[in-house]
Design a protein around this ligand. Structure first.
Ligand code: XMP
Length: 303
């Protein structure tokens, strides 16, 4: 473990030392970027410009939640759904998706930085993001998926040596709202890696509602991560007629640091309820499955 008060002091000092003038930080609503934003605001005050990019790949009501959480931060919100979906059109390879999403995020940050005269970017990269990207397992968008050329004088990653549970300890040390401290990890490329194959508006609509249902039903279980993904299409029957609809996979895992993960043995009634709700509340879904694969050999996300 780390010494939290000492870490906080050193991180603030590092940000102050590194950043000249203004810095932008991309907020995703997750614990990593939120902790960075709190540290950076301590360090920089008004010189910190938090930017929330609504990529169209966020969870249900995320934009509203973020606006509330950072209501006293003079947050800039950039609506960029069309831009992200345009860039993702025709892209089916998972690593290519990460590159496209990572690149689009950075271009948006660069534009915002230019607009407000900021030359530094602060990012919530944590240690496991670095090792998994370097190990070639997946290029997490905030590491390996970044374009080679970025128009910033400096990039600051105050959490680069921490594991997730340490980030949460820092969040508590900063007295951040419990909701943020305890939030499940969420991938940078968002719902784009929870739709297998090409990302379309229709598939995003389906996976967004399915994710909301899973999170709602599993609130009491405090999983490391719980979510839904759209796998493809299969034949079903709804109201006596053939329904060729989406297959939604539900995943709930426990983990310490996301490097390995175990499937949670959910009670049967809970699984049945989730299945009924997803197939019942989302007309385009014909089938719901529960993923039984630990990591390894699976990964946490499907892509
Ligand atoms: P995997 O799927 O590799 O995920 O077992 C390990 C952890 O990382 C998250 N994840 C990502 N996070 N960019 C991120 O910032 C990504 O591209 C990405 N892919 C996976 C995943 O949700 C899990 O917590």
């Amino acid at each position: 473990g780390i010494n939290v008060p000492q870490f906080i002091d050193e991180a603030i000092a590092e940000i102050r030392r590194t950043v000249k003038g203004r810095a932008v930080i991309g907020l995703s609503g997750g614990v990593d970027s939120s902790v960075c934003a709190f540290l950076a605001r301590e360090a920089l005050g008004d010189r910190l410009i938090p930017v929330y990019v609504d990529s169209g790949l966020m969870r249900l009501n995320e934009s509203k939640k973020i606006a509330e959480m950072f209501s006293d931060f003079n947050l800039i919100t950039v609506t960029a759904e069309d831009r992200f979906l345009g860039a993702l059109a025709g892209v089916t390879d998972p690593e290519e998706k990460r590159k496209v999403v990572g690149e689009t995020f950075i271009r948006v940050f660069e534009e915002e930085a230019r607009r407000v005269g900021a030359e530094y970017l602060i990012q919530g990269t944590i240690y496991p993001d670095l090792i998994e990207s370097e190990g070639g397992i997946k290029s997490h968008h905030n590491v390996g998926g970044l374009p080679l050329h970025m128009d910033f004088k400096g990039i600051v990653e105050p959490l680069r040596d921490l594991y997730k549970d340490e980030v949460r300890a820092v969040a508590r040390g900063l007295s951040m709202p419990t909701e943020i401290c305890e939030r499940m990890p969420y991938p940078g490329p968002g719902l784009s890696v929870r739709v297998l194959g090409e990302v379309t508006r229709e598939r995003l609509g389906v996976v967004r509602i399915a994710n909301a249902i899973v999170e709602e039903e599993l609130k009491g279980f405090l999983p490391w991560q719980a979510f839904a993904a759209v796998l493809g299409k299969a034949t079903g029957v709804k109201g006596d007629i053939r329904a060729y609809g989406y297959v939604v996979a539900v995943r709930a895992v426990s983990s310490r640091d996301a490097m390995t993960a175990d499937v949670i043995e959910l009670p049967w009634e809970v699984l049945r309820r989730i299945s009924h709700r997803i197939a019942g509340e989302i007309p385009e879904v014909s089938r719901v499955v529960y993923d039984l694969t630990p990591k390894p050999p699976g990964t946490i996300e499907f892509e």
